[in-house]
Each structure stands twice: as structure tokens, then as C-alpha cells.
Write a protein that binds this ligand. Sequence first.
Ligand code: DGY
Length: 320
Amino acid sequence: MASKPSLLVTRRMPDAVTARASRDYDAELNPDDRIMPQDEWLAKAEGKDGLMICSSEKVTAEAVARLPGSVKIISTFSVGHEHIDIEAVKASGRTVTNTPDVLNEAVADIAMLCLLGAARRAHEGQTLVRQGEWNGWYSTMLLGKDLTGARLGILGMGGIGQAIARRARGFGLAVHYHNRTRLAPELEGDAIYHDSAEGLAAVADFLSVSCPSTDETRGMVDADFIAALPPGAVLVNTARGDIVDDDAVIEALQSGRLRAAGLDVFKGEPALDVRYRSLPNVFLLPHLGSATDNTRDAMGFCCLDNLDAFFAGKACPTAL
Ligand code: DGY
């Protein structure tokens, strides 16, 4: 029997994914899940045929230049791929894959949790109850912002944005969106397209950041963008922290220009801007978007499907 391809799996994976990787590959695992410095994972890549990585491994052009010649494919356990210099990987003759679509529904659930958590002041409510400071019901206690009849602006209408739109309609929100390309009518449905991000901002009582982090989108939600939102808008970010300008968001949350925010992702996470922690009108989660049993299994299986196809000489299902 031909020997199995060798694989470096840089982070701990869900059990079912680990079992399949160990069954089908000569896999070096990281059961302790210690994040390895670049030098270390590059050294461990020596002699490996493939790498299964996460966003913790920064595959810069410099790292690509240092990759051992044995490595022919890099499969990232994420839909986001801003941690990889895709052009450099491809130019080196290697294949690179990600995990689109399988996490759309889970991330959309978390976007709605962030939206509701921010709109309905879940953090303040939780704090009252947990700290024993809830002294009873009164008619003006922790009043929030209605979803029904409000407009949700979705910045980035890929699979995740579309899954958010499906949920939002059920909450009575009118869906508006901006995307590089307008959706086909059957995907767009009753969503209203705006051909500029500024145009979307002007109508977004709620704004969901749902686009990838790219050179074009980084820092897009800045002071000017926030000034274009309706006063008292609610910001939701389940995409990437660097798409928003933290100084501008925090200032707007302090002044009330933004009524609230629900944030699952942060620039430099887990070392988020500490000012977020003390703002009462922010609902914070630790990058839980795709964190469900089935979704994390599906992400791992998607990586392995790509690796299997590659080593069988077939086209990778989700090559970048
Ligand atoms: C993704 O898949 O990009 C998630 O945000 C996890 O990094």
C-alpha cells in the first residue's frame, strides 16, 4: 500500500476531524493547542506534504519563501484568509484552500445574537441579575431598540450576509445591502441594493459588517462612515475586527451617536481594545461565529476533502 501523505495540523481539531486526519494521513498533531511561533511551525513543516492551519498561522510572503519544498498544499480551517498571502502561495506553485459556506448559518446565528444582544441591552440585563442588583420590574427599565420595522444594512452579501438576511426578515427588519456585485434576483429577493457603502450607511438603523477583511474593506467603518449612519444606529461585527476603526466606534458609543454594538471579532484579538470592556452599551463575544459542534466538524472535513482531492490528483473543491 502506498504510504499516506504527511500532514502538519497546526492546531487542535475537533475529535472527529482529528480521527479522520489520523486515519488518512501521516499526521503530526498539536493536542496541547499551543500556538507555535512562525519559526516553529515552519520547522515542523519540513518533509510534510501538506499543512492544515488556522488563522493563528500567518503565511506571509516571507513565510512562503521559507516553506520547505515538500509542502504542496495549505488548507486553512477558516473561511477568512487574510492571514495568508494567497498570491505568494500560488506564485510558489502551491495550492491553498479555505472553508466557505459550511459556517454561513452558524455565523449568521451569532450575528443575530450580537444584534439582539446590543439592541435589547443583554449585557446590562445580565449584569443586573448576576450582580444581585435587580430590584424589580419598572416600565422604563433597560429600554431597547425595536427590530420590527427597522432597516438592517448588510455590508457584504456573500453566503453569511445572505444567511443573516434570511433571519432578519423573520424579525421584521427590512434588508438593505451593499456588495461589490449585485446579487441575482433569486438571491436578492426583497433586499434593497446600494451601489456604495455610504449609500447603505444612510439607511442602516442596524449595520452588520459581513464582508471579508481586504485592502479595500480594512478600516472602512470609520468616523465618516459612522457619521453617515442614522443617529442611534446599532453596529454588529461578526466578520473581522480590522474592518472597523476602534477609536471611531468607541467614541461614537461613548457619545451615543452609536446606540450600541454587538461585537464578536476584534482587531488584534484576543487583545481587544480594553475600552470596549467598560462600555455598557456593547455586547461582546469571543469570536464564536462558527463555534458549533457540527460547523467545526464541517470546517475540518472541508479541509480534509480538499487535501484528499489534492493528493488524489483531483481539483480541490474550495481552492482559493
Ligand atoms: C473563519 O472561518 O474565518 C472564522 O472567523 C474563524 O477564523
